[in-house]
Design a protein around this ligand. Structure first.
Ligand code: OOB
Length: 542
């Protein structure tokens, strides 16, 4: 199932592509070629450490060869260029073998998170017309093989379910033939590398098509900003499939620089601190609630954290108060990162003064990132004033995968992405994130589209109407609250029954409403729509 450029995935107009190539941003290198290059330069250096349950390592040569052999095995199974493969693996070494094998043959990983369940996986398989789905056997006590059996029954394009571990009714990843790689028709750097998930504001999440060229540019730019080199030992504390730990500077940045990726099975301070000590970790990326947990635990830990040099914090707003505490507690530098899977990534810089690092969310990677801050009528506002952030540039997509109608709203006519974030730009170019215009909940970095959860709750026979909003939370930043209006004459429900109903529909646990309240009416806006602003303020949020 091939990909038609410009149709399945909108691309950059020719004059922009030519400009980004001429500037040297797009280098014409694929991820597969990059790994090959590093393996040739230093075959015996450690690329990946998977510490759990028994410590396993991959040298650059081993990872390169494993990717080649698995690539050949995928081809032998009929998985080829342009095919979509939903990859739902936790932070394990197999994740790297699988994604690099797919990159090499030009098949596109669709990055699911380990938390995703039936609703999300079925959607990814159907929408991407996936031919294969790669899972662990059990993860955190959950049997992904059963999930795969249910999804497979309703996904006509899905030909393979590959299991890292005991396969059950499916095929073991280990049984995919590991043939010596022959010559094959790999991707070109301007072609798609993978489909990333959007945080989403609509009932179902959109897929984000990223090319080798555009993505590598952001990754190598991130390496420069973060000082990543062959001595970097990066802890992947967040799920490896997420854009932040993949590219900011993330595992791809570290592998591009010849450093070492250390996988963290769980990001709690106890697990992570032990790994920092044992593996002499120098760098990691965290969402704000984790950064806070690490900050609070560090002064009391018995583990030696002195190898840590830099912690990046992003994915959600990091409060200034929490930011001020990180460096003294962890004994390392802090960098804030404000990024999005659609493209634009901002970092504070190692050369910024300490106030800028704790009070801003950084400035863009590239001089060719175009940033506009505009009012409701798309007119630019002066620096220092609040406005909607629009952006266009060498690594920001021009449209979502197969979503022309949504693209017409999410992008301006001249190709700027409407981020949905409300920011202020300082004269230095640094951005301060002040809020959000998009209908989304950011639960400690995990994004929830209220509409998706509202649609599920509306399926309950006792429910007349529902509105899901965010409420402030000291630890997570935001939590979700479902306001529910029951049908006249319906049996009263308990909040827990609504939560159970959502959970049983099979969605990621972080999307189950934290709170449920029953009301008689919603406040409405002038045009008769439910006013989320009023609901949020009723819940104590301005
Ligand atoms: C990262 O990517 P996504 O795609 O999960 O979410 C993007 C959205 C942004 O539009 C913004 O609303 C929010 O997440 N966000 C932040 C933030 N970083 C992301 N809001 C406030 N402060 C921040 N520092 O979350 C992502 C991708 C790459 C690197 C880092 C984060």
């Amino acid at each position: 199932m091939s990909v038609t450029p410009g149709v399945d995935a909108p691309t950059w107009p020719a004059e922009f592509a030519a400009r980004y190539r001429a500037a040297g941003h797009w280098r014409g290198q694929t991820f597969g070629a990059l790994l090959r290059e590093r393996a040739a330069e230093h075959p015996d250096r450690t690329a990946v450490v998977d510490p759990a349950p028994a410590r396993r390592t991959w040298t650059y040569r081993e990872l390169d060869e494993a990717a080649d052999r698995l690539a050949a095995g995928f081809l032998a199974r009929g998985i080829g260029k342009g095919d979509r493969v939903v990859v739902q693996l936790p932070n394990t070494g197999e994740f790297f073998e699988v994604v690099f094998a797919l990159f090499r043959i030009g098949a596109l990983p669709v990055y699911a998170l380990p938390a995703h369940r039936d609703t999300e996986i079925a959607h990814f398989c159907a929408f991407a017309e996936a031919v294969a789905y790669v899972i662990p056997d059990l993860h955190e006590g959950y049997d992904h093989r059963e999930l795969a059996s249910r999804v497979r029954a309703q996904a006509p394009t899905l030909r393979h379910v590959l299991v890292a571990g005991e396969p059950g009714a499916h095929t073991a990843l280990a049984d995919v033939p590991r043939e010596p790689a022959g010559p094959f028709d790999g991707p070109e750097a301007h072609e798609l590398a993978f489909l990333q998930l959007s945080g989403g504001t609509t009932g179902v999440s959109k897929l984000i098509p990223r090319t080798h060229d555009d993505y590598l540019y952001s990754v190598l730019g991130s390496n420069e900003i973060c000082g990543v080199d062959e001595g970097t030992r990066f802890l992947v504390a967040l799920p490896a499939a997420h854009n932040f730990p993949m590219s900011s500077p993330g595992w791809l940045g570290v592998l591009a620089a010849g450093g070492t990726v250390v996988l963290c099975p769980r990001p709690d301070p106890d697990t992570a601190f032990r790994l920092v000590r044992d593996e002499r970790v120098t760098m990691t990326g965290l969402v704000p609630p984790l950064a806070l947990a690490w900050t609070e635990a560090a002064p009391h830990t018995a583990y030696d954290l002195s190898s840590l040099e830099l912690v990046l914090v992003g994915g959600a707003k990091y409060s200034e108060r929490a930011a001020r505490r990180l460096e003294p507690a962890l004994g390392c530098r802090l960098m804030q990162v404000f990024g999005m899977a659609e493209g634009l990534v901002n970092y504070t810089r190692l050369t910024d003064d300490p106030e800028t690092v704790v009070t801003t969310q950084g400035r863009p990677i590239s001089p060719d990132d175009e940033v506009r801050v505009v009012d409701d009528a798309d007119a630019d506002v002066p620096d220092g004033e609040f406005g909607h952030l629009l952006t266009r540039g060498p690594y920001t997509i021009r449209g979502y995968w197969r979503a022309p109608e949504h693209n017409a709203r999410a992008f301006t006519a001249d190709g700027f992405y409407r981020t949905g974030d409300i920011v202020r730009r300082l004269p230095t170019g640094h951005l301060v994130v002040e809020g959000r215009a998009k209908d989304q909940i950011n639960r400690g970095g995990e994004k929830i589209a209220p509409e998706e959860i509202e649609n599920i709750i509306l399926g309950h026979p006792a429910v007349h109407d529902v509105s899901v909003v965010s409420v402030p939370d000291e630890y997570l930043g935001e939590r979700s609250l479902a306001y529910v209006i029951l049908r006249a004459g319906a049996e009263p429900l308990k909040p827990v029954a609504v939560k159970r109903f959502v959970r049983e529909r099979g969605v990621a646990a972080y999307k189950v409403p934290d709170l449920v309240e029953f009301v008689d009416v919603f406040p409405h806006t002038g045009v008769g729509k439910v006013s989320k602003k009023h609901l949020r303020s009723a819940a104590g949020r301005p």
